[in-house]
Ligand binder design. Structure first.
Ligand code: ATP
Length: 443
């Protein structure tokens, strides 16, 4: 590891197949450019000599296949060079996927089976580099002219939109090392919680909805069908399943089942397992009954930075801030005031249940996890992030994707007024709002 360094200009020479691993300092951004040679950041090539500005706390690597000289200006938390990386094995996977895309494209688009490109799902423990590998595979494909679809099922640390969502978006260009995934037209479903154990049925339902919607889009778009998808998943932990479930020891959610559900639902045919023997053999065993599914074990990169629960919590906050204010504070969200009666807030599942005494004899007070119920507007909504549904009727809420999000900044009970932050001024695309447990404290 490196040490905190002063804010000075510094040059680093990278040898063939090595990388410069950087954690930007907590306070100030870092400027960096490619002086000579060639290099890429998570699959996206650097333009020569152009300064890039990386925001505080960002963790990334500049990798070169041949050789490169990098210049940095600013303070880093860490920066060091590593010549052992799993990049060759990752790019080999890319080459195999590339072959499958070409085959899919060459085949008749009327044969929807044969003309389907690879559907890759990336699985592994938390902090194994799943998002990073997904990103490289997408950027390498985009560089070769494909428009693969990125599907992010990670409701904790997703990279398409705010936490608590599952989402998909086409990737048409290599992903920008600073800006990340372009947000032009993501297809987003709001789950509303950051762990699947809050409502497993809802999670699965939304995964089904997203998959169905993509299936419809693929059916009429041979180009994106041939390019296929890359699906990022939540972190898996031996024995307990998803890491996020550990906080609830009485929870019997079987994370393996959620992974298998995702593999089946998206008809994934390539499963990439990052650094987890047990998960690999489990999936390998399951795949025996699925001749079309290849399960591949890949090494975790030594550069992947582990993030603890507190860090994860914080970065969820930053994600929400970024949605409203932009990465570099370049967006200006609008504060709006509405009457309580203007907005219809709903929640899905959970919530207060009828007491047993209020139910007919023999009835079970277990709430239907998929029931959509109206929520009374009160102080509990303060600091919540709500999704704006595309639903036209309440009974469409469960199956509808969302247009965006609002953040509740004030509730005036007396005047029955609600103040919220929205990405822009003007009327919301719909009055149907979905509430989960996603909150944010603007700082
Ligand atoms: P999670 O399960 O929490 O979503 P993950 O398995 O998707 O985690 P990543 O998000 O890909 O893990 O990686 C964790 C962090 O490590 C990220 O900040 C990423 O940018 C950083 N990182 C990944 N690979 C490298 C590398 N080779 N050098 C430096 N930083 C890296």
């Amino acid at each position: 590891g490196g040490s905190a360094s002063a804010s000075t200009i510094k040059q680093v020479k990278l040898e063939r197949e090595s990388e410069l691993r950087i954690e930007v300092g907590n306070e100030t951004p870092l400027k960096l450019r490619l002086l000579n040679g060639s290099a890429e950041i998570f699959g996206s090539e650097l333009a020569p000599e152009m300064w890039l500005t990386f925001p505080p706390r960002l963790k990334f690597a500049v990798f070169t296949w041949y050789s490169a000289t990098i210049e940095m200006d600013g303070a880093t938390e860490t920066d060091y060079t590593a010549d052992e990386t799993p990049m060759v094995s990752y790019v080999n996977v890319h080459a195999v996927l590339e072959g499958r895309r070409n085959r899919a494209k060459a085949l008749s688009p009327n044969d929807s089976e044969a003309s389907q490109g690879p559907r890759v799902i990336v699985v592994g423990p938390t902090d194994s580099g799943k998002s990073t590998l997904s990103r490289m595979l997408l950027s390498w494909a985009a560089k070769q002219g494909w428009k693969p679809t990125f599907v992010d099922l990670d409701i904790g640390q997703g990279s398409i939109t705010v936490p608590g969502c599952i989402a998909a978006t086409p990737i048409e260009l290599p992903i920008d090392p600073v800006e990340g995934i372009p947000l032009e037209m993501p297809l987003v479903y709001f789950y509303g919680h950051t762990t699947p154990s809050n409502n497993v049925d809802l999670y699965k339902t939304l995964v089904n909805e997203l998959a169905q919607m993509l299936e419809t889009q693929f059916a009429r778009n041979a180009e994106s069908r041939a390019a296929g998808m890359v699906i990022n998943t939540m972190g898996w932990i031996e024995g307990t399943g998803y890491e996020v479930i550990k906080s609830k020891p009485d929870d019997d959610v079987n994370a393996d089942k959620l992974l298998l559900h995702a593999i089946d639902t998206f008809k994934a045919n390539v499963v990439l397992v990052l650094g987890q023997e047990k998960l690999f053999s489990m999936l390998k065993a399951v795949a025996k009954s699925k001749p079309n599914v290849d399960v591949v074990k890949l090494q975790k990169s030594g550069g992947v930075v582990s993030r603890n629960a507190k860090y994860r919590q914080k970065s969820r906050g930053y994600r929400i801030r970024e949605y409203f204010y932009g990465l570099a504070n370049d967006l200006s969200p609008h504060s709006n005031i509405a009457n309580f009666s203007d907005l219809l807030v709903y929640r899905i599942g959970g919530g207060p249940q009828a007491p047993r005494s209020a139910l007919p004899i023999g009835a079970d007070p277990i709430a239907n996890p998929l029931r959509v119920t109206p929520v009374n507007i009160d102080r509990d909504l303060l600091h919540m992030v709500l999704a704006v549904s595309y639903a036209k009727e309440p009974d469409q809420i469960l199956s509808s994707n969302v247009a965006g999000f609002i953040y509740i900044t004030d509730i005036d009970i007396q005047r029955k007024k609600i103040t919220y932050l929205a990405p822009s001024a003007g009327e919301l695309p719909s009055k149907y709002l979905i509430m989960g447990t996603l909150t944010w404290l603007e700082t």
